[in-house]
Design a protein around this ligand. Structure first.
Ligand code: MTE
Length: 325
């Protein structure tokens, strides 16, 4: 993703610039103090060198198996594991898609999550402890990045609603805010001070209670690797991928709608709701199609990323909201 404030004399990136060049330019934009965040055009190559990614070092991970929930049939082939684990967005480790080497510095042992705000007992809980209190399952979900690439992943995790119940929100709580790790010692991307670190995201309580909303701790039958958001990340398959915050350290229950990371950078391009809709183009590119990682195939994007039967009712009374940006 890429925020680029366009001046009058510039043409759109998709009219002119392949991703390799856009990506190389980010450092310059950053150095100049510009707000830099670039969505790759749909036809983008695999990485900044235009090569397919190599297998990440973290491919050897401990097994984490759970029964597959067949209710959520993705209707398309699962993305090969090497592709899904080596083409990433994790800006804390850098702006390229090839951050898996850098991300191996993430320290996930004894990971804790602070539960804060409008809940019965604000407290800190270890992920290991949390996992003893929820039921793990495997779900194969489609993932659609706002940059028009997509993948299909068998996640291992549990419904976010289970965590909400454990947290016991008060009746005033209307939103959940997810704050993710910002560790200057291990995350070189944090040196890019024009970004509003830490990376945060938010959903409404109703969205959090929806059966699709998932917290992932594994993928492909193994513990989730650092580059995909270890040890725990959100997975919201009907929304653009930037809503799926990685490496969560705090969940705050609040009555105030949060401003998320990308929204703080460029509200005109990235909003609070960010539900997938092929009919509503991003201001700088079409959202009609998506490129499946691991193939050169472009397929039609579906409204709600194909999950309308589960989530469309959530938004029935919100017609005046900017639901799809
Ligand atoms: N979470 C954090 N903390 N930092 C990020 O840069 N990028 C988001 C999301 N969560 C991001 C993040 C974006 S833009 C996408 S598309 C997905 O993570 C990518 O997830 P993946 O790398 O596992 O495919």
């Amino acid at each position: 993703m890429f925020i680029h404030r366009r001046r009058g004399w510039e043409i759109a990136e998709r009219e002119a610039t392949p991703e390799a060049i856009v990506t190389g330019r980010r450092a310059l934009l950053g150095a100049a103090g510009a707000v830099a965040f670039g969505a790759a055009p749909a036809e983008a190559q695999w990485n900044i060198f235009g090569q397919r990614p190599t297998m990440p070092k973290s491919a050897e991970r401990p097994p984490l198996a759970a029964p597959r929930n067949a209710k959520y049939d993705p209707g398309r082939a699962i993305t090969p594991e090497p592709e899904a684990t080596s083409y990433n967005n994790f800006y804390e480790f850098g702006q390229s898609k090839s951050v898996f080497d850098e991300a191996q510095a993430l320290k996930t042992a004894d990971w804790k999550i602070e539960l804060a705000g409008m809940i019965a007992k604000p407290r800190t809980i270890g992920v290991d402890d949390l996992l003893k209190q929820v039921s793990l399952e495997e779900r194969v979900y489609r993932h659609r990045c706002v940059e028009a690439w997509a993948m299909t992943v068998p996640w291992v995790g549990f419904q976010l609603s289970e965590l909400v119940r454990l947290a016991e929100p008060t009746s005033n709580a209307k939103y959940l805010v997810f704050t993710t790790l910002a560790d200057k010692a291990t995350m070189p991307g944090l040196r890019q001070s024009w970004y509003p670190w830490p990376y945060t995201e938010g959903v409404t309580i109703d969205e959090a209670m929806n059966e699709l909303a998932f917290l992932s701790v594994g993928m492909f039958g193994k513990v989730i690797p650092p580059q995909n958001g270890a040890p725990i990340r959100l997975t919201l398959p009907w929304k653009y991928g930037f809503k799926s915050a990685k490496s969560i350290v705090k969940i705050t229950f609040t009555d105030t709608r949060p401003v998320n990371f990308w929204q703080a950078l460029q509200d005109s391009e990235y909003g609070f709701w960010a539900n997938v809709n092929p009919e509503i183009p991003h201001p700088r590119w079409s959202q009609a199609k998506e490129r499946l990682l691991g193939t050169d195939e472009m397929v039609a994007t579906r409204i709600w990323n194909g999950y309308g039967e589960f989530v469309a009712p959530l938004y029935a009374n919100l017609k005046n909201e900017r639901l799809f940006a």
